[in-house]
Design a protein around this ligand. Structure first.
Ligand code: CDP
Length: 239
């Protein structure tokens, strides 16, 4: 089926003859609310590549834990949950957990906080590793998270560390929530974001850090379109 122009081609299982590890990866890491998700999705669409929202896997584990009553300090119980997440990413972009559509539920701030708390456990991270690497397939993958360039895809072709000031990130998150009709308070969001930054950067396993060779992109004064453009320029410059 080489040269098959079918729009379905991208979602078919990778034939055994193709080594998925050879597919290029563009790793986009950065702190909370830096806009990684939006930028990564746009870049993936522009390149015609697959997209991995690794944070969604931590959020799914948090939601599953909340529903099953597993506390966020129960490292073993959480790792067991993460290893057996009954998750399905549908072709139309929905996320289904145990048969229920949880696309919106995992965006809840309480779930995000839980995700940040359980992400400190090495067992949880190890349990999610294979699932994340499974997203790598031709023609390429844009992966966003905290440790895409350092741990999950250390051989990524391009590594970008996307950042922005804490104030502008809190402001963006605030607007996002308000647009969704969710009430939010700016000082509370800023404090929460600083706590999450500190937890992500100081944990002993896979802390948020710039990968060696990563290009730092500060989007504080850039629009979404400008940021996408800069990432695509970096990709083109990479050859
Ligand atoms: O929206 P936000 O950037 O806060 O979160 P996210 O990217 O959806 O990820 C939720 C949480 O999962 C983060 O606060 C991180 O603590 C954790 N995470 C991680 O540890 N490693 C990743 N590769 C992705 C997310």
């Amino acid at each position: 089926m080489s040269g098959d122009p079918s729009p379905q081609a991208g979602v078919r299982p990778v034939p055994a003859s193709i080594d998925a590890r050879l597919a290029p990866v563009l790793a986009l890491d950065g702190p909370t609310a830096s806009g990684k998700g939006t930028i990564a999705q746009r870049v993936a669409a522009a390149l015609g590549w697959h997209y991995l929202d690794s944070g969604a896997l931590y959020r799914l584990t948090a939601l599953a834990a909340l529903r099953a009553g597993v506390p966020f300090d129960d490292a073993e119980g959480l790792a067991r949950l993460a290893a057996a997440l009954p998750v399905d990413f549908t072709a139309d972009g929905r996320i289904v957990l145990g048969g229920a559509d949880v696309t919106d539920a995992i965006r809840d701030e309480a779930v995000g906080n839980g995700a940040s708390r359980l992400a400190v456990h090495a067992g949880v991270r190890a349990a999610l590793l294979g699932l994340q690497r499974g997203f790598r397939r031709p023609p390429g993958l844009v992966a966003d998270g905290r440790d895409m360039g350092t741990v999950v895809f250390p051989d990524a072709t391009l590594k970008v560390f996307l950042t922005a000031s804490a104030e502008s990130r809190a402001d963006r998150r605030h607007k996002q929530l308000i647009e969704k009709g969710i009430s939010a308070n700016l000082p509370g969001l800023l404090q929460d974001l600083r706590e999450r930054d500190a937890r992500d950067a100081s944990r002993s396993v896979a802390p948020l850090a710039q990968a060696e060779g990563a290009h730092v992109l500060d989007s504080t004064s850039l629009s979404i379109d400008e940021t996408v453009e800069k990432v695509l320029e970096l990709w083109t410059a990479q050859g």
